[in-house]
Design a protein around this ligand. Structure first.
Ligand code: AMP
Length: 418
């Protein structure tokens, strides 16, 4: 199928061509015609599937065809969990809307509100926002949602993980009940289904697996190594492999900072990106990484969500994620758009359970190897070895799969230290 078959206007087709897209991704193929038919859509799609264009293109089309009011009230609202994702959606809206006369703006917290207020005063057709700042400005009576015709909840699962349910419900109450609703989520927990049932009208379910599913184009490896030797090992892998653009995941913000410092000391340019950094610092780190000035970006899971970094050749799990499903998100960052990528996991003794949980989730064994000079000690470190009957053995509280199950069952309340 080509973009021409989707019912999009020539201005939009022109913009798509300018982006260099030759054919629609599966989610675009499915979602665009449905959204143009004004159906409510419940879409299962994660970053990397082209989901943003999947909802942005038809929204631009609908709004450009509709009657334009002089005051330009907000007619489409896109809610995202993070500032980064909001900024990226906004960039996409601007790029795809290049040849249309629609206005859009993005609002998120952590920065001065005045420029955002000014943009809103001038009138915007499409507003991209994180829930907190949106409510904040609404409470100050600086914006109205009374004319919203189309609502998008992007990465709805992350919004719930980050505790935005109450805010979302408040925002829903501020909009006219008759509107088109689109919900995008990588996973479908009980809470997501409840949320969807609460406000979607007779939705069509569309599903898209990312271009790179874990099973296909990504080469996955795990390297067994003692925890304390991980920094030296990752430095060796990056320098000897001459890796140019590497995304490294740590579990905590402090871990991200420490590792990034160690890398810089050993001559590998690195930046850490996590929730404690200001918006400016994060944007700068990301820009440096994209330009190739910074070789390694060390990120926590939440900070990495929504980062738009195409064609990443290497992803390293410096520490294994507690939630098995985060592994899929992490490694989905490699080799986008059809190219192959490599995902390497550094696994210490205490993380073997997590690795098994991940293997159960992705339904395959991840080949394991050791590196000369970095072979793990044959006995687990004393702490783990001294407690053969510890809780974790009987009750794998931190096992990825278990956490994943827990989240699916609705017990997951978000993680604080990321
Ligand atoms: P998303 O899943 O929306 O975060 O998009 C992931 C990446 O795919 C972005 O860098 C987009 O610019 C790119 N993209 C979106 N649609 C297409 C397409 N049809 N062909 C090629 N790349 C695309």
């Amino acid at each position: 199928m080509s973009f021409d078959d989707l019912g999009l206007s020539t201005s939009l087709l022109h913009a798509v061509e300018r982006q260099g897209y030759t054919e629609p991704s599966p989610i675009q193929e499915k979602a665009i015609p449905l959204i143009l038919e004004r159906r409510d859509v419940l879409a299962s799609a994660q970053t990397g599937t082209g989901k943003t264009a999947g909802f942005t293109l038809p929204i631009l089309q609908i709004l450009s065809e509709g009657h334009q009011l002089r005051k330009r009230p907000v007619r489409a609202l896109v809610l995202t969990p993070t500032r980064e994702l909001a900024a990226q959606v906004s960039e996409n809206v601007k790029a795809y809307g290049e040849f249309l006369h629609l206005r859009s703006t993005v609002i998120f917290g952590g920065v001065n509100q005045n420029p955002q207020v000014k943009a809103l005063r001038n009138g915007v057709d499409i507003l991209i926002a994180t829930p907190g700042r949106l409510l904040d400005l609404h409470n100050q009576r600086l914006l109205s949602l009374a004319s919203v015709e189309i609502l998008v909840l992007d990465e709805a699962d992350r919004m719930l993980d980050m505790g935005f349910l109450r805010d979302i419900n408040k925002i829903l109450a501020l909009m006219p009940p008759r509107r088109q609703n689109l919900l995008f989520s990588a996973t479908f927990s009980k809470e997501i289904k409840q949320l969807a049932n609460g406000f979607l009208h007779n939705p069509v379910l569309v599903e898209a697996t990312p271009e790179n599913t874990t099973v296909e184009k990504i080469i996955q490896k795990s390297i067994r190594v003692d925890k304390g030797k991980k920094p030296a090992l990752i430095i060796k892998l990056i320098s000897e492999g001459n890796w140019k653009q590497v995304l490294v995941f740590t579990r905590t913000k402090h871990g991200a900072n420490r590792l990034s410092e160690k890398m810089n000391k050993s001559g590998i340019t690195a930046s850490a990106i996590h929730g404690n950094k200001s918006q400016g610092a994060r944007t700068k780190a990301l820009a440096g990484f994209k330009k190739g000035e910074v070789r390694v970006l060390v990120a926590t899971d939440i900070a990495a969500r929504g980062l738009d970094i195409p064609l990443l050749p290497h992803v390293v799990n410096f520490e294994m994620p507690n939630v098995a499903e985060d592994y899929v998100h992490r490694i989905g960052r490699t080799g986008r758009a059809g190219a192959s990528g490599e995902a390497v996991s550094l696994v210490s003794h205490d993380e073997v359970d997590l690795l098994r949980g991940i293997e159960r989730l992705v339904g395959q064994r991840i080949p394991s190897q050791t590196i000369e000079g970095f072979e793990p000690s044959s006995n687990p470190p004393p702490k783990a070895a001294a407690k053969p009957n510890n809780q974790r053995r009987h009750k794998p509280k931190n096992s990825g799969n278990r956490d994943f199950q827990k989240r699916r069952k609705g017990g997951f309340k978000g993680r604080s230290n990321r």
